[in-house]
Design a protein around this ligand. Structure first.
Ligand SMILES: [Zn+2]
Ligand SMILES: [Zn+2]
Length: 254
């Protein structure tokens, strides 16, 4: 039997004490209806409207059935499409995503993943053989404490097929270069340059000939997702699709 070291027991005890303390001082309430103990309760989460139209993720002009790339764009991208679950214009979505991504509220992963699952089911997106969350650089992962895309991917996998969850792989695609946050960059060109060659495939056998679903929280220009797809396709993946909670409108700063 494996014995848990004393320092780990103390750390867990302090963590539990800390969350009990925080829950007492700052009770959690649903951001929509205010019910206690949930950041976004099940009732309110179910009422969130799915995005009613999907666009080609590259030109963002042509409406396509489930977010797949249009005929012209298909030829120049390794990514087959991005299914966008909801609208960032919905204030509940922008608030929930902000709390999840920038305030580190892990508990929002489940209701947000439920939205992605609803979108996959309603658009009848074919199920992938493998789910890959967009990786963080190890340094950023240490700083954040968790990868929000990995949490989402796990919740998506568990909810899509509760009896036999889909396989998630968090090791085959790695971010080997520390990049500036995409949000901090002014132009499309800078964002593409920043993310270029930031990823590598460390385990080709895990992704070879697989239909892969990339999971991320939000997409803006899509540069990160396109680059991951490019690297995966070059390493032998059969098809790469992506899904995100929402697509944030990209405003190029002057
Ligand atoms: Zn609620
Ligand atoms: Zn297009």
């Amino acid at each position: 039997m494996k014995i848990t070291p004393l320092w780990i027991k103390i750390a867990i005890f302090l963590q539990n004490l800390n969350s009990l303390f925080l829950d007492t001082i700052f009770p959690i309430n649903c951001i929509v209806c205010g019910v206690e103990n949930y950041w976004l309760c099940e009732v309110c989460s179910k009422k969130i409207k799915l995005r009613d139209q999907q666009f080609c993720p590259l030109c963002e002009k042509i409406i396509t059935p489930d977010g797949q790339a249009c005929f012209a764009c298909k030829k120049k991208s390794a990514l087959s499409g991005i299914l966008v679950a909801a609208s960032y214009q919905d204030p509940i979505i922008s608030k929930a995503v902000h709390l999840f991504k920038y305030r580190f509220i892990k508990e929002l992963s489940k209701p947000l993943a439920t939205l992605i699952v609803r979108a996959i089911q309603s658009y009848e997106l074919p199920l992938p053989e493998l789910i890959i969350p967009i990786p963080l650089h190890p340094r950023r992962l240490r700083w954040r404490g968790f990868n929000q895309s990995t949490l989402l991917a796990k919740d998506v996998a568990e909810n899509l097929l509760p009896d036999s969850p889909l396989t998630i792989c968090t090791t085959a695609l790695v971010r080997n270069r520390y990049t500036l946050p995409q949000m901090s960059l002014r132009s499309h060109h800078d964002r593409n340059l920043n993310i270029s060659n930031a990823f590598t495939v460390s385990d080709v056998s895990a992704i070879e000939n697989k239909r892969i679903l990339l999971v991320d929280d939000i997409a803006t220009t899509g540069s990160t997702i396109f680059e991951c797809a490019r690297i995966l396709k070059a390493a032998g993946a059969k098809e790469i699709y992506a899904t995100v909670i929402a697509r944030q409108e990209y405003k190029q700063k002057s």
